[in-house]
Design a protein around this ligand. Sequence first.
Ligand code: K1U
Ligand code: ZN
Length: 169
Amino acid sequence: MALLPILCFPDPKLHTVARPVIAVDARIKSLIADMLETMYDAKGIGLAATQVDAHERLIVIDISEEHDEPLVIINPEVVWTSAETHLNEEGCLSVPGVYDGVTRFDAIKINAMDGEGKTRLIEADGLLAVCIQHEMDHLTGKVFVEYLSPMKRDRIKKKMLKALREDAR
Ligand code: K1U
Ligand code: ZN
């Protein structure tokens, strides 16, 4: 297993649209293991392949307290959304230190494959629903700061670029 570098906003590679996973083979299983290790190490509750510069429709999530309930989501498709929406505080491992409100569906149902390539219907609400919607956005090249006002987004972009410059020194 290996820790993978996480792309940081405003890296243009975060806007890449991911392609479907063709087969859940040894290469994808190895990527899943690396993504889980990377997510746990970064203390995140989710990670999309886009964030580690692997542009395939693959997400890992673990919202459990003990960090022992990994969920692997491959080629997700939303099949139902609730009428109700909610403003939730979100963070992102690709935008470290930034938290802000995004409106999401309260509950969703998705069709996806699991880490063994089996098709599953996942019914999610609460934090899991928020996290799946956030990670599915990554797969279409969208970062949560794009829901914020242009002024806020610009301030965040400048803050991230300053941090990157200081890290490079
Ligand atoms: O996509 C990512 O970068 C992972 C992201 C997932 C996420 C968190 C909160 C709301 C929506 C999506 C994170 O894990 S950021 C880490 C974090 O701030 C956090 C960790 C535990 C609970 C809540 C937030
Ligand atoms: Zn994110």
